[in-house]
Design a binder for this molecule. Structure first.
Ligand code: DP6
Length: 333
């Protein structure tokens, strides 16, 4: 059976033509998954195999503006990008989904407030901010659930970047994916810190989309992943309710390492780690062995994200002085 296209999903939800305004601007935060999204059950719509849970990074994210122009233009951090660049093409084809044949070129400007040195992917906050500006600019009046489901069609993790704090992305069951959207949890956690540890500048050779596909197709270990992810998600939600940092940290770290184990067991093998990543993991484990509650998580790249509590900031900084080079984010301060 042929899968429903993004265009068909949008056409069904938005039968009226878009009504462009004068300009629009929006911000969306970046997010770090504590229970990872890894694997698509539908690659056209970015429908995930498993539900996931993230924490948003406050004011680190993407700010995007849109306005009419003589020709389509995509700007990133103050620089105009070549129309054939992959970022430009992704942005314009996402806009086309909502512009739907309307002959009106636009200029889109995106500023990432995440320092590029932080080694964080910006597709999540980028597509979430773009979705918000398109909703305003074309006066689409989408509900929060629709905004999240449509941002997901740009990049899966963007579904979670529309909200602050802890966010759960429901995997959904429908073929058109309209029940696969994210929602914020009501719980807060003052003093919860995330440190971004940038270790390498090497470009990643295999992006998340291709990496997930390879894992699904070739790693027998992946069979265990959906069950583990479902359990981890429940454990994390419970830990958040109880503010049980040990349980949260252990679960998030094990979830990230399990995801990486499935990638490593793909063929050809998919290893995002560099020697520096392993050395940093060992420093995290050594610090933990000395009694500091610190945990790590990693995405499809060589850098680490560290989870700790405000009370341990001093101890963490003494072992990871390079953490000063990037932001330490306490999302609920
Ligand atoms: C490892 O959302 O970037 O960061 O849907 O193909 O755009 P696409 O993938 P993307 O994948 C993120 C994968 C991850 C885990 C996570 O953020 O949940």
């Amino acid at each position: 059976m042929l899968s429903i296209t993004k265009g068909q999903v949008i056409q069904t939800a938005l039968p009226q033509p878009p009504k462009p305004g004068l300009s629009a601007e929006a911000f969306a935060p970046s997010n770090i998954a504590l229970c990872k999204y890894w694997g698509k059950r539908n690659a056209e719509l970015n429908l995930p195999v498993n539900a996931s849970l993230s924490i948003s990074l406050g004011d680190l994210g993407s700010r995007t503006q849109i306005q009419p122009a003589d020709e389509d233009q995509v700007w990133l951090n103050g620089e105009r990008l070549a129309p054939e660049s992959s970022f430009s093409r992704k942005v314009i084809s996402f806009i086309d989904l909502f512009r739907r044949g309307l002959q009106q070129p636009v200029r889109v400007d995106t500023q990432n407030t995440i320092p590029t040195s932080a080694g964080l992917a910006s597709s999540a906050s980028g597509f979430a901010a773009l979705m918000l500006v398109l909703n305003n600019f074309y006066q689409l009046n989408l509900s929060t659930q629709q905004l999240s489901a449509f941002a997901r069609m740009g990049s899966g993790s963007a579904s979670r970047s529309l909200f602050n704090g802890f966010v759960e992305w429901h995997k959904g069951h429908r073929d058109d994916g309209m029940d696969s959207f994210a929602e914020p949890l009501s719980q807060t956690w003052p003093g919860f810190c995330i440190g971004l540890l940038k270790l390498c500048t090497t470009e990643k050779k295999v992006d998340s989309r291709a990496g997930m596909q390879r894992t699904l197709e070739s790693a027998p270990l992946y069979q265990a992943w959906p069950t583990q992810a479902a359990q981890d998600l429940q454990t994390l939600k419970q830990a958040i309710c109880r503010r049980d940092f040990t349980r949260l940290g252990e679960t998030a770290e094990q979830n990230a390492l399990s995801m990486h184990a499935t990638m490593i067991a793909s063929w050809p093998p998919l290893l995002y780690w560099q020697p520096e990543s392993v050395a940093a993991m060992q420093r995290v484990w050594a610090l933990r062995a000395q009694g500091t509650e610190i945990y790590l998580t990693m995405d499809a790249g060589p850098n680490l994200k560290l989870l700790f509590q405000e009370a341990d900031r001093g101890a963490v900084m003494s072992v990871f002085p390079e953490l000063q080079a990037v932001d330490i984010v306490a999302p609920f301060d």
